[in-house]
Ligand binder design. Structure first.
Ligand SMILES: C[S@@+](CC[C@H](N)C(=O)[O-])C[C@H]1O[C@@H](n2cnc3c(N)ncnc32)[C@H](O)[C@@H]1O
Length: 224
């Protein structure tokens, strides 16, 4: 059995601005890079992960879906809190590192642009994600969030996303100017645009800034 066939996949090929192979190349150095990170884009990385955990309010036995698990740094925190992490990533080399840290976790090699390879009716107490949704434009973010809440989250559950985020366009522009040539164009969250877009989709959103370029969105369905 190959490593790849050890994971359930949804491997339909989609064109992707940010392909899995880029993350495969990054997997070996990722943990060192985020541990040493200061400045854009990982300023406040540890605090963002801790804020996701706090917003998710983990309890022993909770089933938690982690999207874009990477090397497993967020899922490890939920496992330590007694939760059951289910990990999704499209980079085999990232996922293999997560599996090493979390031998008991369920891992799925899957592209979030495609439907998740989870059985219909499978529901999670909480869905979380760190530093992954900035690879999707705002329209796709909203659609993905809506689909996840509708199909995979238990009633009264929360979706908690921590990521590269700015309060507004002016704040993003300031960082772009500061970085000059080294700025990389990706779909960073702009809270001033994303919060109303999610609210227009009928969702309740709380945004908590953590650093000048990182923040956490807690999202749930209005139950009225
Ligand atoms: C910057 S890393 C973040 C990893 C981890 N969540 C953390 O906070 O350390 C982004 C992760 O998202 C995954 N990813 C990006 N786009 C994806 C997609 N379309 N489908 C599944 N995983 C994706 C990458 O493979 C990578 O592991």
């Amino acid at each position: 059995m190959t490593c790849r066939s050890a994971f359930l996949t949804n491997s339909a090929v989609v064109s992707d601005l940010f392909p899995a192979k880029d993350f495969d190349h990054w997997a070996a150095t990722y943990d060192v890079q985020v541990a040493l990170a200061g400045g854009f884009p990982f300023e406040g990385y540890a605090a963002v992960l801790n804020k996701i955990l706090a917003e998710a309010d983990p309890r022993p036995g909770m089933r938690v879906l982690d999207l874009g698990t990477g090397t497993g740094n967020l899922a490890v925190k939920f496992a330590a809190a007694g939760c059951e992490p289910w990990c999704v990533d499209f980079s085999l080399l990232m996922l293999l590192q997560a599996k090493e840290k979390l031998p008991g976790a369920r891992c799925f090699l899957a592209n979030l642009h495609n439907p998740l390879p989870l059985s219909a009716g499978k529901r999670f107490d909480c869905i979380v994600s760190a530093y992954t949704f900035h690879h999707f434009d705002l329209a796709e973010k909203v659609e993905l969030v809506r689909g996840l809440l509708h199909r995979f989250l238990m009633r009264c559950g929360r979706l908690v996303i921590g990521d590269i985020a700015f309060a507004d366009r002016k704040a993003q522009e300031k960082t772009r100017e500061m970085l000059g040539e080294s700025w990389e164009e990706e779909f960073y969250w702009i809270a001033a645009d994303a919060v109303p877009a999610l609210q227009s989709a009928g969702l309740v959103v709380r945004y908590l800034p953590v650093s000048f370029c990182g923040g956490v969105f807690t999202i749930w369905e209005r139950l009225d």
